[in-house]
Design a binder for this molecule. Structure first.
Ligand SMILES: C[S@@+](CC[C@H](N)C(=O)[O-])C[C@H]1O[C@@H](n2cnc3c(N)ncnc32)[C@H](O)[C@@H]1O
Length: 190
């Protein structure tokens, strides 16, 4: 009897996981146009935090946005280190958004919105962090270039952004999920 119940629960979990996988990777992502929830590995998060810290250390209050923040592992780590800066995460997928809300609950300098990052306003954002994809790179670059103030910094994990001025490329020797190269591109708004 107990085994039957456990089997039933496992089958239900497997069905939900399968449905979620199909929904996230094919439907919500519009067949790969928008990035699905692929979290950054711990080692790569540490590497990103190290790079971003160099910029945040020497500045007073900045507005930092993460476009597609997943479970907010990057912004929460940064928020703990830099209480003088404000962090905003945009995430449209219910599951990572839920995880992000739990993670950010006690952090006063972090806000997470369940919103399409292509529709957000970046006119007051001085720093953007993203891990998106090639299909929206052009459209997103144009949006950020037209909205973010001059001198703002954009950190893009794995993917290049056309039409923006690249000021540095960091080749981390760390591994990311799905064999994505953990290369970090740093851009500025001219
Ligand atoms: C590759 S994951 C990155 C997750 C997180 N930044 C990390 O490094 O762990 C991309 C995230 O962006 C979210 N996303 C994709 N398109 C989006 C959109 N248009 N608006 C808001 N979130 C989006 C996905 O749901 C996913 O969680």
């Amino acid at each position: 009897m107990i085994l039957d119940i456990i089997n039933f629960i496992l089958i239900v979990i497997a069905i939900i996981a399968e449905y979620y996988f199909i929904y996230v990777f094919f439907i919500k992502s519009k067949r790969g146009k928008y990035p699905p929830f692929v979290p950054t590995t711990k080692k790569v998060v540490n590497e990103i935090v190290k790079i971003i810290s160099e910029y945040l250390e020497n500045n007073s209050q900045m507005n930092i946005a993460e476009l597609g923040c997943g479970d907010a592992r990057i912004i929460c780590k940064l928020a703990d280190k830099f209480s003088n800066h404000k962090f905003i995460g945009y995430e449209w997928d219910k599951f990572p958004y839920f995880l992000a809300k739990i993670r950010c609950k006690k952090r006063k300098n972090v806000s997470v919105y369940r919103q399409d990052f292509m529709k957000a306003d970046y006119t007051k954002t001085n720093f953007a962090i993203l891990f998106t994809g090639n299909e929206i790179a052009k459209e997103l670059s144009q949006k950020l270039a037209s909205e973010m103030p001059k001198g703002s910094i954009i950190i893009s994990e794995c993917f290049e952004l056309p039409k923006l001025k690249c000021i540095n490329e960091v080749n981390t020797d760390k591994k990311n999920y799905f064999f994505l190269p953990a290369k970090i591109f740093i851009y500025t708004i001219e």
